[in-house]
Design a binder for this molecule. Sequence first.
Ligand code: HEM
Length: 81
Amino acid sequence: MLGDKKQWGKLIKEGQAHITSDGYHGVGAMPPKGGKPDLTVAEFSSAVVYMANQAGANWKEPDEAMLKDINKRIAKKQSKS
Ligand code: HEM
């Protein structure tokens, strides 16, 4: 939930590439891309930055290296499912 520092604190520790790729791919009861199939990885990543920073993180809009890491993780998940 947006702004829940206790819950988000755990996710923030897992790292930006990790939780962004989880959310984009879909995790647990969360639908892929938050249920918006037209969202790009960059758009989805921006939303995650906003959500994490609401809970005290200081994440930046992903640069090229971060996007590459996120994309790599998504591809790995897709190859498994
Ligand atoms: C663009 C919109 C959204 C973004 C950016 C977003 C982002 C995230 C992120 C970063 C996580 C944490 C992933 C992790 O555990 O590593 C998460 C978890 C979750 N989200 Fe979303 N989300 C979005 C929309 C939604 C929507 C629409 C739903 C419900 C229909 C939803 C349901 C959930 C649930 C249930 C989890 C917990 C999954 C689990 O650990 O079992 N999310 N979301």
